[in-house]
Design a protein around this ligand. Structure first.
Ligand code: COA
Length: 353
């Protein structure tokens, strides 16, 4: 008999062990994470909730979420961060039960809808959410750029860490870039500072601006997401395995991108709030090159950019020959019509695996 109860601190160690057994994906392509703290991702938010499932006194799964509020629409909605079930306890309805309890909880506090992101190869998760009445309402791209050689920087731009006087101009660029995107609440100078500074290993000291003749033409942050855990691909597609072999050989003669082996842990950085003036795509391109060089000096292998499929940033990033993954946006209305979540602003905190 499954018991659903609130998370307690003492559950953490078991949950960390279970998470290592729960890569997200299918038998050909899946990724996992090795965390030190199961709750760290939740502490990025102002509020969070985790319910665990217990079988005969043992934790066998959990679900977590955070409730968000859009003051312009006066709308409350919830992000379902994850649902995990120990492999030996699957297909017994535990995830469905956890989901239904969580739904009841957020419905009771007036949430209009719930949403979540599902990695394209994660067939089980898609089947589960569809069975529970969620629908696929969009997708976004996660583009991983391999850091392996220095990039040339265009001389015409000045790239520097943001200083206090630049914040209003950067905030205004971010606000105009994402205006009209679902989930985007325009920042004020203060709210931008507190959002960025609340995220460990991010903060305003990791936010850069690109200036063209003294004006900000592009800006973005860089978040060392490895503070949340090291990632790995537990399954990689055959084409990657072949490329790994080829790059390994060519790497004897020239610098080549790194392709992690199955099960090899690596550290990831996210590019956060990457925006640019429509007339200055080359300013954004320069910033990506700058990040490449910065991370090369820091001895890192990858950084990742996330974007709505229609974001003009995609055309810039494509030129860096990234490895592109698709993530589906799933949602379920708790009252009324399903939400319109495209184009979408991606809250970087939501992307912790
Ligand atoms: C996805 C996951 C949570 C499902 O847990 P579960 O407890 O086995 O799911 P349930 O037993 O409640 O499944 C309910 C329904 O979802 C669907 N479903 C669940 N797993 C499925 C699978 N592997 N293949 C096809 N359908 C599946 C089925 O319709 C199932 O009903 P049925 O068993 O009567 O056919 C589990 O596979 C898991 O932990 N995966 C790894 C972590 C992960 O990817 N989490 C989701 C993203 S955070």
């Amino acid at each position: 008999m499954v018991l659903i109860r609130p998370f307690e601190k003492g559950d953490s160690t078991t949950m960390l062990d279970i998470e290592k057994l729960c890569p997200q994906g299918n038998e050909n392509y899946a990724m996992g994470i090795d965390k030190k703290d199961i709750i760290a991702r939740y502490e990025l938010y102002d509020n969070w909730n985790v319910l665990v499932a217990e079988e005969e006194g043992n934790v066998v799964g959990w679900i977590g979420w955070t409730v968000k509020h859009d003051p312009r629409k006066e709308e409350t909605y919830a992000y379902f961060t994850e649902v995990m079930v120990h492999p030996e306890f699957r297909r017994k309805g535990i995830a469905a039960k956890l989901d239904m309890e969580a739904e009841k909880n957020v419905r009771d506090i007036g949430s209009a809808y719930i949403y979540g992101y599902i990695f394209e190869p994660n067939d089980a998760s898609q089947a589960l959410t569809e069975q529970l009445g969620w629908s696929n309402v969009g997708e976004f791209k996660l583009c991983a750029i391999s850091v392996y050689k220095k990039a040339d920087l265009a001389q015409k731009f000045e790239i520097e860490r943001i200083n206090e006087n630049d914040i209003p101009e950067a905030v205004s660029l971010i606000n105009s870039y994402y205006s009209g995107c679902a989930h985007f609440v325009p920042y004020t100078t203060e709210s931008f500072g507190s959002y960025v500074n609340k995220i460990p290993a991010y903060g305003l000291e990791n936010f850069w601006v690109v200036k063209d003749k003294g004006k900000i033409a592009a800006c973005a942050g860089l978040w060392d997401c490895s503070v949340m855990g090291d990632m790995c691909f537990t399954k990689i597609p055959l084409t990657w395995k072949v490329m790994r072999g080829v790059f390994g050989l060519l790497g004897l003669f020239a610098k080549m991108p790194k392709i992690p082996a199955e099960g090899e842990y690596f550290k990831n950085y996210y590019v956060t709030d990457p925006v640019f003036k429509p007339e200055s795509p080359e300013a954004m391109s320069s910033l990506i090159r700058y990040f490449n060089n910065f991370l090369l000096d820091a001895g890192r292998d990858f950084f990742t950019c996330q974007m709505d499929a229609d974001d003009p940033l995609f055309d810039i990033i494509k030129k860096f020959k990234p490895s592109v993954d698709t993530w589906y946006v799933y949602a379920k209305a708790l009252e009324g019509e399903p939400p319109e979540l495209s184009p979408l602003y991606i809250d970087i905190r939501d992307l912790v695996l």
